[in-house]
Design a protein around this ligand. Structure first.
Ligand code: 4AD
Ligand code: MG
Length: 482
């Protein structure tokens, strides 16, 4: 009879001593002597390896010789209680097939400590490391948690387009989508590129946000969310920006800013709680990893809490909620501002907050997550609801320790006249947004939503510090390898 393969996770969870099993996976290490070899095998189903015991009475010496780090093997044998320490069970190999060899002279992922920079250069192999295996598995778990959270609340998942003709955020940081000949594009009478001749008969780009289309759905289905890739051609080479990232954007009819903040806080706490509950093994590894990393840092740069402590801290504490105006007062009078330690000094109301200011508020002043709301309209997008003071809009940003902005959102301007006025003030072409404005003409209602940057959330739950390390294949300026 053909034996079915058991995943290592299943096998370790329901270890049936004396069971005859077949496992397949990649060799992490091999050690031992002429009499016996110990092989650490990993198949990605869990961070834990299975110890394989191979001796020349069952396995040909020639085969054992070919079992090197990185090789892929299939092992049949009997599960026994382990004699050694470090694992409860091990597999006594009776038959080993080498599915794919890995030349030890050439395989880049030898079992020693590699820098994250080096691992980025071998992004095609880094999922075979403990760190990236954990991150891949956690990305999956967190994606599932996002869907579960909203599904359980009666939200509908809406697929918004990736190619659009609009710039939702109005920041002009878009990647063009075109099939025109770059060498020799068709020109119009004015000598400009004639996008009427382009594939869609107009200028199109990769979306920076699914929000505008999400709003259309919310004004029919009440509660919806999107979860998809978004693209920004901003030339920010920071540890928190990607040119391609995933965003979760819930949009809710009948929600005001207060409701929006409540949902954002509850959602973030749910995701963190989900990780603690369902990713315990991977988190334990990442927690220890971060502790070890800290040991190489200056005292002032070390984390005051471990990763696990930070995750519990989020769940156990109410987020602080303050207005932008209050935040400016705090920042103006803060030590780093007075001592000119901020790169961008806060001088007056209206200043856009940089990540150094956000992190000061969270890490030094409040020492917990902060929701900032009611921002100056000048520094926010056209669709945000205008407040009575005529200066601010009902925007909110959620700020997290180590990260800064993790969520950006707002109550939307549902009043047609006010929205049109703002669109005109900001020199946005109203005609392009005719379909968006229609929702304000027909059955408009207060509504709100926000966007969570998935990779920023992944930074927080994994304790990693560079956003390039929490997405399988990062896209950043000058880099689209793999
Ligand atoms: O604040 P942003 O630009 O808001 C929007 O796009 C709104 N349309 C959301 C909404 O109300 N539906 O982006 C939302 C979040 C940020 O808070 C940040 O977490 C993440 O998206 N983000 C990025 N993540 C990685 N790389 C980038 N370049 C990012 N830009 C934004
Ligand atoms: Mg923002």
């Amino acid at each position: 009879m053909r034996q079915t393969r058991t995943k290592i996770k299943t096998l370790l969870e329901n270890a049936a001593i004396d069971a005859q099993v077949l496992v397949k996976g990649w060799v992490r290490t091999k050690r031992g002597n002429k009499q016996v070899s110990f092989i650490a095998l990993n198949d990605g189903s869990t961070i834990k390896n299975l110890q394989i015991v191979a001796d020349p009475t069952h396995i040909a010496e020639d085969t054992i010789k070919k079992i090197n780090t990185g090789a892929c093997i299939a092992v049949q044998g009997k599960l026994t209680e382990s004699q050694g320490s470090g694992q409860a069970v091990e597999l006594q190999a009776e038959k080993i097939d080498i599915l794919g060899e890995a030349d030890p002279e050439k395989y880049p992922l030898q079992p020693k400590k590699h820098s994250l920079e080096f691992l980025r250069e071998i992004s095609h192999l880094r999922p075979r490391s403990n760190t990236f295996g954990a991150i891949y598995r956690m990305r999956h778990a967190m994606s599932y948690a996002v869907h579960k959270y909203f599904h359980d609340k009666g939200f509908f998942y809406v697929h918004t387009p990736i190619i659009t003709g609009s710039d939702a955020e109005g920041a002009g940081e878009m990647f063009r989508v075109t099939t025109l000949d770059a060498q020799n594009p068709p020109l119009n009478k004015q000598g400009n590129v004639d996008f009427g001749e382009d594939f869609f008969g107009k200028e199109t780009n990769l979306t920076v946000s699914g929000q505008l289309e999400g709003e259309l759905a919310a004004l029919a289905l009440s509660d919806i969310y999107t979860f998809g890739p978004t693209f920004r051609a901003e030339n920010s080479n920071t540890t928190r920006h990607l040119a391609e990232f995933w965003m979760i954007e819930p949009e809710m009819a009948f929600y005001d800013l207060q409701d929006n903040m409540d949902l954002a806080e509850d959602f973030l706490k749910y995701l963190v709680g989900y990780a603690l509950k369902h990713c315990a093994d991977d988190l334990e590894f990442l927690n220890q990893r971060a502790i070890d990393e800290d040991k190489n840092k200056k005292q002032s740069e070390q984390n005051s809490m471990t990763l696990l402590e930070r995750l519990h801290f989020i769940i156990d504490n109410e987020f602080a909620r303050i207005t932008y105006t209050e935040a400016i007062d705090i920042l103006k009078n803060s030590k780093p501002n007075k001592k000119k330690q901020f790169q961008f000094l806060i001088e007056a109301w209206g200043a856009d907050l940089q990540s150094e200011h956000e992190r000061f508020l969270v890490e030094k002043h409040f020492k917990k997550p902060v929701i900032l709301y009611n921002y100056p309209k000048e520094i926010k997008a056209f669709y945000m609801r205008q407040n009575e003071d005529d200066k601010t809009v009902a925007a909110m940003d959620v700020l997290f320790p180590g990260i800064g902005e993790i969520i950006g959102g707002s109550q939307r301007e549902e009043r047609l006249d006010k929205l049109q006025k703002r669109i005109a003030e900001m020199n946005i072409e109203e005609e392009k947004l005719w379909w968006y404005l229609d929702t304000r003409k027909f059955g408009t209602t207060p509504h709100s939503g926000f966007g969570l940057g998935f990779e920023r959330m992944m930074l927080f739950v994994t304790g990693m510090t560079n956003i390039r390390d929490v997405i399988p294949f990062p896209r950043t300026p000058q880099n689209a390898e793999f």
